[in-house]
Design a binder for this molecule. Sequence first.
Ligand code: NAP
Length: 241
Amino acid sequence: MTGLLDKWRSRSSGIALVTGANKGIGLEVVRQLAAKQWRVFLSGRSLDSIERAAVSLSAPSVTPVILDVTDQESIDKAAKIVSETVDHLDVLVNNAGILDDHDDSILDLSVDRLRRMFETNTIGPLLVTQAFVPLLRKSAAARIINISSGVGRLTDMGPAVPAYGISKTALNGVTGKFAASLKSAVIAVNAVDPGWVRTEMGGSEAPRSVEEGADTIVWLATQAPQSMTGLFLRDRKPIPW
Ligand SMILES: NC(=O)c1ccc[n+]([C@@H]2O[C@H](COP(=O)([O-])OP(=O)(O)OC[C@H]3O[C@@H](n4cnc5c(N)ncnc54)[C@H](OP(=O)(O)O)[C@@H]3O)[C@@H](O)[C@H]2O)c1
């Protein structure tokens, strides 16, 4: 085990796949990893947007791949393409997410909206992780990073964005289950709250830049101890679920 972990520590670069990476925090994570000489699969649901995003980075180590996290066929196709291109995957970042319940209250929340939010924010990361675990197992010490949110914390439940919040609470549950199930395979699984970030989702009033939002994610991908697993992190530190 120690040998494997030492191998990870000595690795200056690796191979990663980021979902929902055509803009926002996901694109910034790809940019930072590529700057560290990582090979990165920049995935998203539209060919046009992932190709434009990849061109905007002008990094030869970035490869666009179509992946809609709500579509099993699309997930399987992406996993096949990636596994035919590389012999292992070191890091999977489940970043894709939606939020469209700004004005909702749990008192009259539409269950259709809750289902839609779960499809992308909770079930999507679960299915993507299942599809990529075989390739992650081939890494000496792999990491799965789920982008969650502070509004999903059971210890700090406010009334805002109920469907989104509940979908992230459930994503935290997905994180814990994978962490426990993959510990013996030396695959670390953690959730990250990036804070309130200026993106299309976060809006222009948010206090954090995408660089700040991506920091803990990139740190977990490249520098954190491999023994760090089953945690919810913000600003590189564990926070209560
Ligand atoms: N911004 C914040 O303040 C904040 C705070 C806490 C947590 N987060 C989380 O951070 C992550 C990134 O958010 P962001 O702020 O960067 O949002 P964003 O700019 O709106 O980006 C969201 C990304 O997810 C993609 N996406 C949505 N549905 C998808 C699907 N079915 N398949 C694949 N990709 C899909 C979007 O693709 P399209 O362009 O095709 O729509 C886009 O690339 C999300 O999980 C979000 O919940 C954000």
